[in-house]
Design a binder for this molecule. Structure first.
Ligand SMILES: C[S@@+](CC[C@H](N)C(=O)[O-])C[C@H]1O[C@@H](n2cnc3c(N)ncnc32)[C@H](O)[C@@H]1O
Length: 226
């Protein structure tokens, strides 16, 4: 007889304190820092089968257009996943919230028209591997829609971001990093950058290390380059 009962597998991400903080902060940021409007822009014109990576508490769900047939929302953190499930019940398109991590998406290859990543590529453990997974699950010609905070274009802020990433920032904010060059990583994964823009969140007022952002589209090519 085993001496102890088998335990349920732990979630891939376990940040209960950050999760409770984010559940409150994100709602305020959507309203007061204009993040809700960026979510609307991120998802405008999206259609078909969608997979959202690291859906958090589900704040993107109300912004999916009716042309979306299904959203598979991956969320590894238990507290946020429970909140996302609640948000999914209120959504106007079908949303299925499931556990999993960006580095090993629990879905078939080439099964999705669109992958959505908002404020998550800063937090995944392995960015190149996660983006290879994005490429794997997209059909040829499918889109990655991204809204991410990234490495600042100015030297001073970039230096601050790198120092914070080596010290307190990931520890305080659920594994988040501020100095990731996400656009370069998207291209390195073999996705073609389409229309995108740099923005700051919040647009005016005090700038913080997570203020420099990018929002846009990248596509999986129809054929692999020779
Ligand atoms: C700042 S929150 C953003 C949540 C949501 N995408 C949004 O736009 O509000 C970061 C999210 O990434 C998730 N996350 C962290 N590591 C992850 C991983 N390896 N794979 C997928 N999601 C991850 C966290 O659990 C959390 O939900």
């Amino acid at each position: 007889m085993p001496r102890s009962q088998p335990t349920a597998p732990r979630d891939a991400v376990h940040h209960p304190v950050f999760a409770r903080f984010y559940a409150r902060f994100s709602v305020a940021a959507d309203e007061r820092a204009g993040v809700g409007a960026h979510r609307e822009e991120l998802l405008a014109g999206v259609s078909g089968r969608v997979i959202e990576i690291g859906a958090g508490n589900g704040l993107n769900f109300p912004h999916y257009p009716s042309a979306v047939s299904e959203v598979v929302a991956i969320e590894p953190e238990g507290t946020l996943r429970a909140l996302a499930r609640r948000a999914a019940r209120r959504a106007e398109v079908p949303v299925d919230v499931v556990p999993g991590a960006a580095e090993a998406l629990p879905v078939k290859s080439e099964a999705f028209d669109v992958v959505v990543a908002s404020l998550v590529l800063c937090s995944v453990r392995d960015l190149p591997r996660s983006l290879r997974e994005v490429r794997r699950v997209l059909r040829p010609g499918g889109e990655l829609r991204f809204f991410e905070h990234v490495l600042a274009p100015t030297r001073g802020m970039a230096r601050t971001q790198r120092a914070l990433d080596r010290t307190v920032w990931p520890w305080l904010f659920g594994g988040c990093h501020t100095a990731r060059d996400t656009l370069a990583a998207i291209e390195a994964a073999g996705l073609e950058l389409g229309a995108h823009r740099r923005l700051r969140v919040p647009e005016r007022g005090l700038q913080v290390p997570s203020s420099p952002c990018v929002l846009g589209i990248a596509r999986k090519p129809f054929a692999a380059p020779d």
